[in-house]
Design a protein around this ligand. Structure first.
Ligand SMILES: Nc1ncnc2c1ncn2[C@@H]1O[C@H](COP(=O)(O)OP(=O)(O)O)[C@@H](O)[C@H]1O
Ligand SMILES: [Mg+2]
Length: 313
């Protein structure tokens, strides 16, 4: 008899942190700023204002490792600004935050990404004049300093490049973009750019991905596959924090939901807690239909302005 003792299936079931991570949320209080048993991201007193407007004013926030956590709230609630600040793409007026136990406030975006926390933008950032594959390869680790390398290191780098290439091809396959591989990114549909953006983010094999409205403008078939990708990532142990407006999507996939309104966390909890939370209904769910319509118009994002990368047309 082969495979005596502990079966492989049992091992992988035990080794899969996901079930544990979700189970660990069972005892967590459904209230703003609640402590999580194993937070991957912890933020304190994060404030960002624009002139007289306080866009983000988060007292305390923890994201549990290995979960799909949704960040929801009305347009202008500060969701994108919070993403920008936490990932080092925008400064903050105050606040401190840690990722995997290490302080990351004050670090620029590329250093935050190197530590394993990557984000996508509400408006996509694909370099429209480069091919889909080139976009993927540019997102790969080890892109800098190439010209400085002598022949001694060339062998190593060509191995790295082969790995990057293989990974890029696999991700394009996974996101059904293989047929667009050599097309310029500018020729992709809005939905395909969203997929490319997510695929690019995964090139660095992050421990946490932050997705800003990944499904907005994506056709329903692709939304389904995006959701499968998100579940699969979680099952591999990746933490996902995502902004979304579609309540069916949110309730269906999220382990935990954080509700932001006027820059503050007004509620947190499991889908059932949030669905029946009167504060959330008053501040968001009651007006949600309008928000969905406007959000899908794609014109509410502010994150395209300051990034210096080529914007979608
Ligand atoms: N660069 C900016 N300059 C001025 N105001 C901004 C800027 N970015 C965001 N805001 C304002 O901050 C508030 C929060 O915006 P945002 O984070 O985009 O909200 P959400 O993503 O939840 O819709 C809004 O009132 C928005 O107009
Ligand atoms: Mg936004």
């Amino acid at each position: 008899m082969s495979n005596n003792g502990v079966g492989l299936d049992e091992v992988s079931a035990d080794a899969d942190g996901t079930g544990r991570a979700r189970a660990d949320l069972t005892g967590v209080a459904a209230e703003p700023g609640s402590a999580k048993p194993d937070p991957i991201l912890v933020a304190d007193r994060v404030r960002r204002s624009f002139g007289g407007l306080t866009a983000v004013d988060v007292e305390h926030l923890e994201v549990q490792r290995g979960t799909v956590t949704a960040l929801i709230g009305p347009n202008g609630a500060g969701k994108s600004t919070l993403f920008n600040v936490l990932t080092g793409f925008d400064g903050s007026d105050s606040g401190s935050w840690t990722f995997q136990g290490g302080r990351i406030n004050g670090l620029p975006g590329h250093q935050v990404a190197r530590r394993g926390m990557v984000r996508t933008f509400q408006l996509t950032k694909a370099l429209t004049r480069l091919s889909v594959l080139e976009n993927m390869l540019l997102a790969a680790p080890g892109q800098t300093g190439e010209r400085l390398l002598g022949s001694f290191l060339r062998w190593y780098w060509s191995r790295q490049e082969q790995r990057n290439q293989r990974q890029a091809e696999e991700l394009l396959e996974r996101f059904r973009l293989t047929h667009m591989r050599d097309e310029i990114a500018g020729s992709l549909s809005g939905g395909q750019r969203k997929l490319l953006e997510m695929a690019r983010a995964l090139m660095v094999q992050p421990s946490m991905v932050m997705l800003d409205e990944p499904m907005a403008g994506v056709n329903p078939v692709l939304v389904e596959s995006l959701l499968e990708h998100i579940s699969a990532l979680r099952d591999e142990g990746t933490t996902i924090l995502f902004v979304e407006h579609d309540m069916d999507v949110i309730m269906g996939i999220s382990d935990w939901i954080i509700v932001l309104a006027e820059g503050r966390v007004i509620a947190e909890g499991r889908p059932d807690d949030i669905r029946s939370n009167q504060t959330v209904i008053d501040a968001y769910l009651g007006t949600q239909h309008d928000e969905t319509t406007r959000s899908n118009g794609g014109a509410t994002g502010n994150d395209g302005a300051a990034q210096g990368t080529e914007e979608t047309r």
